[in-house]
Design a protein around this ligand. Structure first.
Ligand code: CA
Length: 240
C-alpha cells in the first residue's frame, strides 16, 4: 500500500471547502482544510508536506496571492492551484507572479479541478523522480548558468536554482529564440498563453527575475537585453 497523497485546501467558504474535501477524498486523497491563511501557514509548517495546495484568493486574513508569495520566498515549491473568482487575466497574472502553478475560475467543474490537481502532482512527481540528466536532453550553457530543459534542472555557478514554472517557460522561450528581438506581446501570447492582457508590465517583472537569477549585475545585463521600443533579446554568448 502506498501512502495516501495529501492535499491542502485553503478556502474560507465552509460549504465549498467541505465539498472539495469530500470529492478529493472520494478520489483517494487525504485532505486538510484551512479556513484562513494563518491556519494554512500552520499546517504547511508541519513536516510531510502536501502534494498540492488548492488556494482561494479571497481569504479573511491574508489573500491567496500574498500567501503564495510567502511560501515561495520561504523556499516551499509545493504546486499551487489558485481559485479565482473572476475570469480576469489580471488575477491570473497576479497568481502566476506570486508563484502559483495553475489557476481555475469559479464557478468551476469539479472534474476540471481534479484533473488539474492530478496534473500538478504528476508533474511534481516526474520532476522528483527523473533521476540524473536526460540522455540527449536539450541543454544550454550561458554565462554562469547551465540549463537542462528536459530534466528541468538549472544551476548557476554549479549551485542548483529553482525557477517557478513561468520563469522556466520564459527562459525556454528565450533559449528557443536566441539573438532575436521578441516583443512583450509575443511573450505574453506564447509563454503566458494570453490573448487579452491589461498591460505588458508582467513581462518586465519576469525578465527582471531572470536577470536577478542569471546576470552578474542585474542592472547591467549581458544576456537578457532590452531593445528599446521593441522588446527583449536573449544573447547566450553575452554582449560583453
Ligand atoms: Ca474565499
Amino acid at each position: 500500500m502506498s501512502e495516501p497523497v495529501r492535499l491542502l485546501v485553503v478556502e474560507d467558504e465552509a460549504h465549498l471547502a467541505a465539498g472539495l474535501k469530500l470529492n478529493f477524498e472520494l478520489d483517494g486523497y487525504q485532505v486538510d482544510v484551512a479556513n484562513n491563511a494563518r491556519d494554512a501557514a500552520r499546517l504547511l509548517a508541519r513536516p510531510n508536506g502536501y502534494a498540492t495546495i488548492v488556494l482561494d484568493i479571497m481569504l479573511p486574513d491574508l489573500d491567496g496571492f500574498a500567501l503564495c508569495r510567502r511560501l515561495r520566498e520561504a523556499g516551499n515549491y509545493t504546486p499551487v492551484v489558485m481559485l479565482t473568482a473572476r475570469n480576469a487575466s489580471e488575477d491570473r497574472i497576479r497568481g502566476l507572479e506570486a508563484g502559483a502553478d495553475d489557476y481555475i475560475v469559479k464557478p468551476f467543474h469539479l472534474d476540471e479541478l481534479l484533473a488539474r490537481v492530478r496534473s500538478q502532482i504528476r508533474r511534481a512527481r516526474w520532476e522528483r523522480n527523473r533521476g540524473g540528466p536526460a540522455v540527449g536532453g536539450d541543454q544550454l550553457s550561458f554565462g554562469r548558468a547551465h540549463v537542462d530543459f528536459a530534466a528541468h534542472e538549472v544551476s548557476v555557478d554549479g549551485a542548483p536554482l529553482h525557477l517557478t514554472r513561468l520563469e522556466f517557460d520564459l527562459l525556454r522561450y528565450f533559449a528557443d529564440n536566441p539573438a532575436r528581438v521578441v516583443s512583450r506581446k509575443e511573450l505574453l501570447e506564447q509563454v503566458w498563453k494570453l490573448r487579452n492582457y491589461p498591460n505588458t508590465r508582467t513581462v518586465d517583472n519576469f525578465v527582471a527575475r531572470l536577470r536577478k537569477h542569471f546576470e552578474v549585475e542585474a542592472a547591467r545585463p549581458e544576456h537578457f537585453l532590452s531593445v528599446r521600443g521593441a522588446g527583449y533579446k536573449f544573447v547566450p554568448e553575452g554582449n560583453g
